[in-house]
Write a protein that binds this ligand. Structure first.
Ligand code: ADP
Length: 277
């Protein structure tokens, strides 16, 4: 997917959606240092479909926050579209986040009394897009998640699955390079969860947006084309799944990551090629 840069920021498109190089994050809590990420190196290319799993407290949310530029690493380098964002000022970082990254959260985070179409258009307000164009793009985004018939409905008038689909439309209305979803089915029953996953997967295939989702549900993680397992602040496994394998079997190229190895460039080297569907 080709994405325009944000005007003042030079674009450095190279097929990489997002890259972390030896990223560390230490929280400071009551005078204590909590090492949440202890040197993560990974690369996600445009169009990939990646699930991140790991036990509670392993650093998944911290990693998502850093990949989404919602927080800054204590050390290491983060690149979006090949561009080093580590030294960007707050305003440039916010602009980059708005244009390159879409977020989907477990709790939807929609404005409860605002119609679906206006919820979806909100990121375009921050981008200074005119009203008519906002409406046009928000309508198209809602149609893309099969909610063209729910434009004026408020979130309270929609099912959980429909609300999450509105959130997906909002995440994609800016045509981001990457969509980050934190437990997107965590608040949904099986049927609604399936509906949301099907939409995410359809959009990944059709628009080429890279999808990275955090989940603790094995069935959800198993649907991705690449699995990243995090433990104690480290990537301990990076597995590419080739769904073109025949005879009902799925070939798995499983790479156990040696966290003690020199991490420079390690993620890129470890990243196995993922075949399309
Ligand atoms: P996960 O998403 O896998 O449950 P987190 O990224 O939330 O893991 O947390 C990783 C580690 O960092 C945990 O030990 C957690 O307690 C700690 N942590 C997370 N956020 C903060 C914070 N804001 N302040 C202090 N410690 C934090």
């Amino acid at each position: 997917m080709s994405t325009q840069g944000s005007g003042t920021l030079p674009s450095a498109d190279n097929g990489t959606a997002i890259e972390a190089r030896d990223v560390r994050k230490v929280y400071h809590l009551d005078g204590l240092e909590v090492p949440a990420l202890r040197g993560v190196t990974l690369r996600v290319d445009e169009g990939e479909y990646v699930a991140i799993t790991g036990p509670s407290g392993s650093g998944k949310s911290t990693l998502m926050h850093l990949l989404g530029c919602l927080d800054r690493p204590s050390s290491g380098t983060l690149l979006i579209g090949g561009r080093d964002i580590t030294r960007l000022g707050d305003a440039d970082l916010a602009r980059l986040r708005n244009s390159e990254i879409g977020f989907v959260f477990q709790a939807f985070q929609l404005l409860a009394r605002t119609p679906a179409v206006d919820n979806v258009a909100l990121p375009l307000v921050y981008r200074g897009v005119g009203r008519a164009e906002r409406r046009r793009r928000a309508t198209a985004a809602l149609e893309a998640v099969n909610l063209g018939h729910r434009m004026r409905h408020r979130p309270t008038q929609l099912s959980g699955g429909e609300q999450q689909r509105v959130a997906i439309a909002r995440a994609l209305v800016t045509q981001p390079r990457i969509l980050l979803a934190d437990e997107p089915t965590g608040n949904l029953d099986t049927t609604n969860g399936e509906e949301v996953m099907a939409i995410l997967e359809h959009l990944n295939r059709e628009s080429g947006v890279a999808v990275v989702l955090v989940t603790h549900e094995a069935e959800i993680a198993a649907r991705a084309r690449r699995l990243i397992r995090v433990r104690d602040g480290l990537v301990v496994e990076d597995t590419a799944v080739d769904r073109t394998a025949t005879a009902g079997r799925t070939a798995v190229d499983k790479t156990a990551v040696d966290p003690t190895a020199d991490s420079a460039g390690g993620g890129a080297a470890l990243r196995a090629e993922v075949a399309g569907p």
